[in-house]
Write a protein that binds this ligand. Structure first.
Ligand SMILES: Cc1cc2nc3c(=O)[nH]c(=O)nc-3n(C[C@H](O)[C@H](O)[C@H](O)COP(=O)(O)OP(=O)(O)OC[C@H]3O[C@@H](n4cnc5c(N)ncnc54)[C@H](O)[C@@H]3O)c2cc1C
Length: 494
């Protein structure tokens, strides 16, 4: 039986990047993909956001030139009411901060996986890793409770010092090694419908943008590529789940506004798929003796909006670096590979899950709850009527009367959202940086009679005494540009 330093299971983004990193480190590496080629079996396409420029700028530069790419300079948000009528369109802004954050500002790209996955797999093979396609890995080789390699469906065995499981949401490796039976908590099913479109019409009508549709639906998005686009809708998998995946998509397709989009883009349905996507508050344990889980197999997609490809390649890189370190020490035991979890927790990946609990709760009470969404859309529409342009263009009455009527209407609707705010939005306050909270409080200070003469230090002391919730933000020992640690916040009361 041939022996490898590293065996990677899965030739998706995570697996390929792990194989590339391991091969770059001089490790004898092989990776397996069950599809005929990488990308064959995966969701049709994806959006890659701004942090790719921060962390993988050279890669992002190269990806721009692949055939299916459409640049993304903004996200357009479409609000649709319960009757399917398009009521409001808005977009993300290109503020100075966004424009100057990285050399490419807010830009991202959308790309089909048939381009992205093979490109990443080629990086790995160019670095020296061997790729076996059309090969389903069906089991792990266990020895003394430690993973020592894998077996394929057709009976071949491959021994390795370290196995990296990059086999996606339904990870066979996680199950066969006994790490988990099924996802505890959130997992979604995402039905997706892909359309071919007229490229010139896409340029004229869509431009460089992604679209999101919010209504009495589930989380629904439209990702736009060079000459095609897809729509998808998500929902938690629950025991009482009655909605058929295709029905979720049909709702969006039936919107008159979406129908006109299809018409103007000369869109023709091309492919229907439904994929699983982990969407968890916090990844369960990500290592065992001889094996590490990465990407979707580990539960890494972002707990707020399920972006997962940056997470897959970032965890793949960390796992492969940890493998190189463990192999150099001659120790790939469970104790040694705990280092992997320490490394991802200490970096940007770990930061993603600091508010995992709050984000998943917020999402399930809004975008994933169609009836709550109906009311929230109405509230958002009322809020939208209060901005300066709406005041000018509401000609139903005298302008100031219109403004007041909308304000009154919001206040009528708002009490229903008091509980929502308390339960789902207020817990996120912990994430406001202490230095920003201090600036807010200092702005209020001159307006409070009696305290304006206090020194800032005494003013903060007084507030900390009066408000348990604000006290953690004023603690000089707390890091000024990070969330207040959960234990400190909870100990002092919200
Ligand atoms: C519909 C949908 C839309 C999405 N949109 C976005 C987006 O816009 N942006 C974004 O960043 N993320 C998006 N995501 C999330 C993203 O696709 C995943 O987080 C990401 O693909 C995870 O990468 P991975 O390498 O861990 O797993 P995968 O991409 O799932 O790759 C796993 C690979 O392993 C192979 N495999 C599985 N089992 C075996 C086995 N036993 N033997 C051999 N090979 C095996 C599979 O064929 C596959 O190629 C989306 C997800 C879905 C479902």
């Amino acid at each position: 039986m041939e022996k490898w330093d590293v065996v990677v299971v899965g030739g998706g983004p995570g697996g390929s990047y792990a194989a590339k990193t391991a091969a770059d480190a001089g490790l004898k590496t092989i990776f397996f993909e069950r599809g005929r080629k990488p990308g064959d079996k995966n969701s049709s396409g994806c959006g890659l956001g701004q942090r790719w420029w921060r962390d993988y700028p050279e890669l992002m530069e190269e990806l721009q030139h692949l055939p299916s790419v459409r640049k993304v300079e903004m996200v357009v948000i479409k609000l649709v009411d319960e009757h399917g009528r398009l009521r409001y369109t808005s977009g993300t802004t290109g503020s100075d901060l966004c424009a100057n954050r990285w050399p490419h500002g807010m830009d991202g790209i959308s790309i089909y996986r048939r381009d992205l996955d093979p490109y990443l797999a080629n990086l790995a093979t160019s670095a020296g890793a061997e790729l076996r396609t059309s090969t389903l890995v069906s089991d792990v080789i266990m020895d003394n409770g430690q993973v020592k390699g894998v077996k394929t469906e057709n009976g071949e065995s491959f021994q390795a010092d370290v196995v990296i499981a990059a086999d996606g949401a339904m990870s066979t490796m996680a199950k066969k090694s006994g790490m988990r039976k099924r996802w505890a908590g959130g997992c979604t099913l995402v039905p997706q419908l892909d359309f071919s479109c007229n490229e010139e019409r896409m340029d004229e009508v869509i431009g460089n943008a992604e679209w999101c549709w919010f209504g009495s639906l589930f989380g629904t998005y439209q990702v736009n590529f060079r000459d095609g686009m897809h729509i998808g809708a998500g929902q938690w998998l629950r025991d009482d789940w009655s909605e058929k995946p295709l029905d979720m998509i049909k709702k969006l397709v039936s919107y008159p506004a979406f129908q006109s989009t299809l018409k103007v883009l000369e869109a023709k349905p091309r492919e229907y798929q439904a994929h699983m996507l982990p969407w968890v508050e916090y990844p369960p344990k990500t290592y065992t003796g001889g094996m590490m889980l990465i990407g979707d197999a580990a539960g890494f997609p972002c707990p707020l909006e399920a972006e997962g490809i940056w997470h897959a390649i970032t965890s793949g890189k960390i796992a492969a670096e940890t493998a190189a370190w463990a192999i150099s020490k001659g120790d790939a035991s469970e104790k040694a590979l705990a280092e992997y979890e320490r490394r991802w927790q200490a970096g940007d990946l770990g930061k993603e899950f600091e508010f995992g609990k709050e984000y998943t709760k917020l999402w399930s009470a809004s975008a994933f709850d169609p009836s709550a969404m109906e009311k929230q859309i109405q509230l958002l529409l009322e809020f939208s009527m209060l901005h300066p342009f709406s005041i000018v263009f509401d000609w139903g009455d005298a302008h100031m009367d219109c403004f007041n009527q909308h304000l009154e209407h919001i206040m009528d609707l708002a009490p229903e959202f008091g509980d929502f705010g308390k339960e789902y939005v207020a817990p996120l306050a912990r994430g406001i940086w202490p230095k920003n909270m201090k600036r807010i409080l200092l702005n209020v200070k001159p307006r409070i009679p009696g305290v304006r003469r206090l020194s800032d230090q005494n003013y903060f002391k007084l507030i900390a005494k009066l408000s348990k919730g604000l006290a953690p933000f004023l603690d000089p020992n707390i890091k000024q540009d990070a969330a207040v640690p959960r234990d400190v916040y909870e100990r002092r009361g919200k």
